[in-house]
Ligand binder design. Structure first.
Ligand SMILES: Nc1ncnc2c1ncn2[C@@H]1O[C@H](COP(=O)(O)OP(=O)(O)OP(=O)(O)O)[C@@H](O)[C@H]1O
Ligand SMILES: [Mg+2]
Length: 397
C-alpha cells in the first residue's frame, strides 16, 4: 500500500467526498447513489499536528503544550539526562532543605526544548514550594514587578522565563529583591520623591534563557547557580522516547525507539513530538506495535534524515557550501539568502548543526565542516584545500 502523508483525517473525508462527486459525474448519476467504497479512497496518512517545518523545530507548539501535562517529569528521579546538573541540584536541594531555607537563585540557559522549564518545576516540587511563573517581556513596568513580588510567600519559587528580555527598569527593581529580599517603592515626583524599602520573604528566583549572552553581568552575578543544559545523548533520548511511549500507551520496539532517538536532534521536545508523529502514522497503517520499519518510514516521509536534519538545515548547509564556498559567512547573509529570520537560525537551527559538527562558528563567520561536505556529497574546491580548511582525506573518510 502506498502512503501519501499529506492529509489529516478531516481532509481524508473531504477527499472521499470529492472522489464520490467525480465518480458520480463520470457515471452521470446523483452523488447519493455512489456508495462509500474503501478501495476507491486513496489511503492518506494523517498529517502530524505540527507542519513539516515545525516538526524538527525546538520551539514549543500548541500540540507540545497539550501533551506536556502527561509527559513532563515531576521529580529529579524521573528526569532523564543532564547528570552533572542533576547531581548538583540534588546536593543543593538536600542542603537547603536540611537548613530549612529557600534554595539559592538558579539561572538555566541553553537551546530551546532541553528542559529548562521542566527543571524549574522539578525544583519547586522537590522543595515542596509554590511556583509563580512569568516571563521577561510581561514584566515591563515597575508595577508588574511590585505586583508579582507582593504575592510571594516564604520559600516560594519565582520562575522568570526569557529573562534576557527583562526591561532595564524591571531588572534594576529586581536587584535588591534578589540580593537582599527587599523592594524599593518610590512615590511622588521631583523634590517630593520618596522611597520606601519593604521587606520580602526569602524566595528562590529561577531564570531561564536561550540567550545567556544577552543577560547583563550584574544580573548573572546575582544567581547562586548558573547552569547550562547540554544536548542529550542518543542513549538518553532513547530512554526519553521509551518513557514517552509508555506514558502515551504506545507499543514500540527497541529498534523504533533508537530510530526516533537518533533523529531527535539531541532535544527531548523533538523526541516527544516524533513519538506522537510516528504513533499517528502507525495508527493509520493499522499497526498495533510501532516497529523500526514504521518509525523510519514515518520519519523518511517527513524528510527527517538519519542525522535528524530537515530541509531547512540542509538548505543552510547548501547555501554555505554552494553559494559561499564553505564560508566563512555571516549569519545575517545566510539568513537573507535562506529567507529566514537570523534569530531563528541562531537559536533554533544553528546550535544543533554546530553540536553535531556540521558548522563551525569562527570570528569571521560560519564555515562548513568536512562532515557537512560529506553529508551533502559535495567536493571542496581547490581554494578551500589550499587554505587548509579541509583535506582530501577528511572528505574521503
Ligand atoms: N530530561 C527529560 N526527560 C524527559 N522529558 C523531558 C526532559 N527534559 C525535557 N523534557 C520534555 O521536553 C519538553 C520540553 O522541555 P521544556 O519545556 O522544559 O524545555 P525548555 O528548555 O524550557 O524550552 P524553551 O527554551 O523553549 O522554553 C517538555 O515537554 C518535557 O516534558
Ligand atoms: Mg521553557
Amino acid at each position: 500500500m502506498t502512503i501519501v502523508p499529506s492529509n489529516s483525517e478531516k481532509e481524508n473525508k473531504k477527499d472521499a467526498g470529492v472522489m464520490k462527486e467525480r465518480k458520480a459525474a463520470s457515471k452521470n448519476v446523483p452523488v447519493d447513489e455512489i456508495k462509500d467504497d474503501a478501495d476507491d479512497a486513496l489511503p492518506v496518512a494523517p498529517k502530524p499536528k505540527a507542519s513539516r517545518a515545525q516538526l524538527l523545530s525546538a520551539k514549543e507548539t500548541a500540540a507540545d503544550l497539550k501533551s506536556d501535562a502527561t509527559l513532563r517529569p515531576q521529580s529529579l528521579d524521573e528526569y532523564i539526562g543532564q547528570s552533572r546538573l542533576k547531581t548538583m541540584l540534588t546536593m543543593s536541594i538536600g542542603a537547603a532543605k536540611s537548613r530549612n531555607e529557600a534554595l539559592d537563585h538558579v539561572l538555566f540557559y541553553g537551546p530551546p526544548g532541553l528542559g529548562k522549564t521542566t527543571l524549574a518545576k522539578v525544583i519547586s516540587n522537590e522543595m515542596g514550594a509554590r511556583m509563580h511563573m512569568t516571563s521577561g517581556p510581561s514584566l515591563e513596568r515597575p508595577r508588574d514587578i511590585i505586583g508579582l513580588v507582593h504575592q510571594l510567600e516564604a520559600d516560594d519559587v519565582l520562575f522568570i522565563d526569557e529573562i534576557h528580555r527583562l526591561s532595564r527598569v524591571a531588572e534594576e527593581l529586581l536587584y535588591p529583591a534578589i540580593e537582599d529580599f527587599v523592594i524599593d517603592l518610590t512615590s511622588g515626583k521631583g523634590h517630593a520623591t520618596r522611597t520606601m524599602r519593604l521587606p520580602l520573604p526569602r524566595f528562590t528566583l529561577i531564570g531561564a534563557t536561550t540567550k545567556a549572552g544577552m543577560i547583563s553581568n550584574a544580573l548573572r552575578d546575582r544567581f547562586g547557580f548558573v547552569l547550562r543544559l547540554d544536548f542529550y545523548s542518543k542513549e538518553e533520548l532513547a530512554l526519553i522516547v521509551a518513557r514517552t511511549s509508555k506514558l502515551l500507551k504506545v507499543a514500540i520496539t527497541q529498534g523504533a525507539v533508537d530510530a526516533i532517538a537518533g533523529r531527535a536532534r539531541g532535544t527531548p521536545r523533538i523526541a516527544n513530538r516524533l513519538v506522537r508523529m510516528v504513533r499517528d502514522y502507525g495508527h493509520f497503517q493499522g499497526a498495533e506495535t510501532i516497529t523500526e520499519e514504521i518509525a523510519t518510514g514515518a520519519l523518511d516521509s517527513y524528510q527527517v534524515d538519519a542525522f535528524g536534519l530537515d530541509a531547512t538545515d540542509r538548505r543552510m548547509l547548501e547555501i554555505l557550501i554552494d553559494h559561499y564556498a564553505g564560508g566563512p559567512v555571516g549569519i545575517e547573509t545566510i539568513a537573507a539568502t535562506l529567507g529566514e529570520d537570523s534569530d531563528t537560525l541562531e537559536d533554533v537551527y544553528e546550535p544543533f548543526l554546530i553540536q553535531a559538527g556540521f558548522i563551525q562558528r569562527t570570528p569571521r563567520g560560519r564555515t562548513a565542516t568536512p562532515q557537512a561536505y560529506m553529508h551533502l556529497k559535495r567536493i571542496p574546491s581547490n581554494q578551500q584545500l589550499n587554505i587548509g580548511q579541509l583535506t582530501i582525506d577528511s572528505i574521503k573518510e
